[in-house]
Each structure stands twice: as C-alpha cells, then as structure tokens.
Write a protein that binds this ligand. Structure first.
Ligand code: ISE
Length: 335
C-alpha cells in the first residue's frame, strides 16, 4: 500500500521534499501541496504530479487522501501545523526547528505525550547523512577511545532576507546542536556564545562562535557563519583519546586548469545533504507505513531549540548559560 503525502510549504524545502517524494521514495505518493502563495502551491503541485493544492495548510491536513504531512512552512508556523496534524491523528515530518521557542516546542511534546502515540519526527536530516552515520558508528565501535572535543563549522553563502541575528543559532545552529547530542549521545550542560568584534557592524549573517559543554565535560566549538560568501560548507572533526574522525568534502571531482586545482562548493544545503534528505524521507515513509521511527523525535526537537535559546541568551548577557531542560517524559525513554 502506498501512503498519501501532503506537503505544507512550497518554498525551497517544500519544493525539494515534493521532488523527493514524487521521484525518489518508495511506498508513498504525493497528494497535495499547500502554500500561503496559492499560485506557488499550484505550480509545485503540477510540477511534481500532486492532484491538489491549497492556500491553507489546515485544509491539506484535513484532506482524507493525505495520510501523513510534511511541514516545510516558515519556522514560526510549524507548531500550529504540528498540533493540527496530531489532532487529525496524522504522522508528521516537521522541518527544523520544531518551533522557534522552547515553550512552543514543549507544547508539541506535551500534546504528543497526551495523545499517547509517536506521531512527530523532526527534520534533522544530518542523522541520515552517511558521513555523520559513519562518524557515530566509529565512535561507538570504541576504536578511537572516548571523545574529548568536537570541532564544527556551518557556513552558508548569505543570509536570506527574513534572517534575524538570533536565527544563526535558532535556525542554523540547531542543526549543530542536534548532531552533537546525537553523535555523542549525551546532554548539553552549558553554552557560551560569542561574536568576533572584528566585523564591526552587526549583520544577521555575521559569524557566531558557540562553545558547548556536554554533561561529561566534552567540549564542542561551533562556528556559524551565514554570510560566508564562498559556498555552503559543513565541517566536523571529532577528537577522541586515540585518534580523530573528520567529515570529508563530498564533491565527486576536482578540476585542474591553468596551474590550479579547484573543487566546487554547493550553493546551499540541498546539494551537500541530498542523500541525507532522501534517506530521511524514505525512513519516515517507512515509519508512516508502520515501521519504527528512526529520526529525531519531538523531544530532540524541543532540546535543540531550548539549547539554542540558551545560546541566544548567552550572546545577550555575554556570559556562559547553563542549560536547564524540562523533565524528559518516559514516553521518549527508548530514544
Ligand atoms: C537552513 O534553514 C537549513 O535548514 C540548512 O540545512 C542550514 O544549513 C541553513 O543554515 C539553514 O538556514
């Protein structure tokens, strides 16, 4: 049986999820797309063979042919669509962040716990990226010993026009926070966020440095630089007691010409994480069809946002901020 998927949001990620569901995922078909810009919803639906389009995400959720929902609308709208999907008893893959605030993320967690069924997966797709998976597996094999430091960098070409200074942490940095928690499988104890003074003017995409302390004492340093200009790049190196493991550049070729050697950078995350998005969607469709959820759950979604909030607070107060998460419900105990 093929499951019917509805996608809320026909922007960059909504359109990309539509392409993947329509052409690269088994066991699912695209039923409908919604977008506040109805013409954009119509075009995206037509392009990827969805029968229906809506201007209103609520109507898409109510569509009886939609078995499960992908939420890829602007961050601030996520939680309302998540709650509406829970009410309709439909499984949902919500793009990150689950919500821009910890309070709203917790609301989604509480609603899911109350309903008693696992319905929410959050789109932290790096958990499906083959390189990160190998990093985690290598760490777990024990050959490198215990992890001590994690170096991370997250660079984009330029900030979109809706970007706020906090978004470097709450929209982009949340990926780093999630992957760190997942890689080393422990909780964040404290965060220190700082901006280099050298850039003078404060543009939303200016660099930010996070120093993340994990419960065991392990440290992660994270550079987030959204206006980096040259390309999209994500770096990660895990330093352990007996060696290190590092993400390699994934470009398939290098070009030699005029006494130079060059390797291209993708313009954004879709190229770098193409496999991760596809594997994530397939895993989620398998979950919709009755399998086990293997991605980030609502609790992980809440934790990433709460830790990001501590980072924003640290930047504001110019001091280290301890992370205090709510009590984790037993409902999420197996993760
Ligand atoms: C964007 O929203 C994403 O989700 C990308 O994966 C991330 O790298 C980028 O920084 C975000 O703005």
């Amino acid at each position: 049986m093929s499951v019917g998927i509805g996608i809320i949001g026909a922007g960059v990620m909504g359109a990309d999820h539509a392409r993947l569901v329509a052409g690269h995922v088994a066991g699912a078909h695209l039923v409908a797309i919604s977008d506040a810009d109805e013409a954009r919803a119509r075009e995206t639906a037509k392009k990827h063979g969805a029968r229906r389009h809506y201007a209103d995400g609520g109507r898409l959720i109510a569509d009886p042919d939609v078995d499960a929902v992908v939420i890829a609308s602007p961050d601030a709208t996520h939680v309302d669509y998540v709650l509406a999907s829970l009410k309709a008893g439909k499984k949902v893959l919500c793009e990150k962040p689950l919500a821009p605030t910890a309070k709203d993320s917790l609301m989604a967690v509480e609603a899911e716990v109350k309903g008693g069924k696992r319905l929410i997966q959050v789109g932290y797709m790096r958990r499906f990226d083959p390189a990160y998976v190998e990093m985690r597996n290598t760490l777990r094999s024990g050959t490198l010993g215990r992890p001590v430091i994690l170096h991370c960098a997250h660079r984009n070409v330029s900030a979109p026009d809706w970007f706020t200074p906090q978004n470097s942490i709450t929209n982009s940095g949340v990926h780093e926070i999630d992957i760190i928690r997942w890689l080393v499988d422990e909780e964040v104890a404290a965060v220190r966020a700082i901006k280099p003074a050298t850039r003078g003017a404060s543009r939303p995409g200016d660099p930010v440095l996070l120093l993340i302390e994990m419960a065991s004492g392990l440290l992660a340093d994270v550079e987030i630089f959204i206006d980096a200009g040259y390309g999209y790049e994500v770096r990660g190196e895990l330093v352990c007691e007996n060696g290190t493991i590092e993400l390699e550049r994934p470009e398939p070729v290098s070009i030699r010409r005029s006494q130079n050697e060059a390797r291209a950078f993708p313009p954004d995350w879709r190229g770098r994480f193409e496999d991760a998005y596809r594997i994530e969607l397939q895993a989620w469709v398998d979950f919709v069809r009755g399998g086990r959820m293997t991605g980030a759950d609502a609790w992980a979604g809440y934790a990433a946002t709460a830790i990001a909030e501590a980072g924003v607070e640290s930047l504001k107060r110019n001091e280290r901020v301890e992370v205090k998460l709510a009590a984790k419900p037993d409902f999420y105990a197996d993760k």
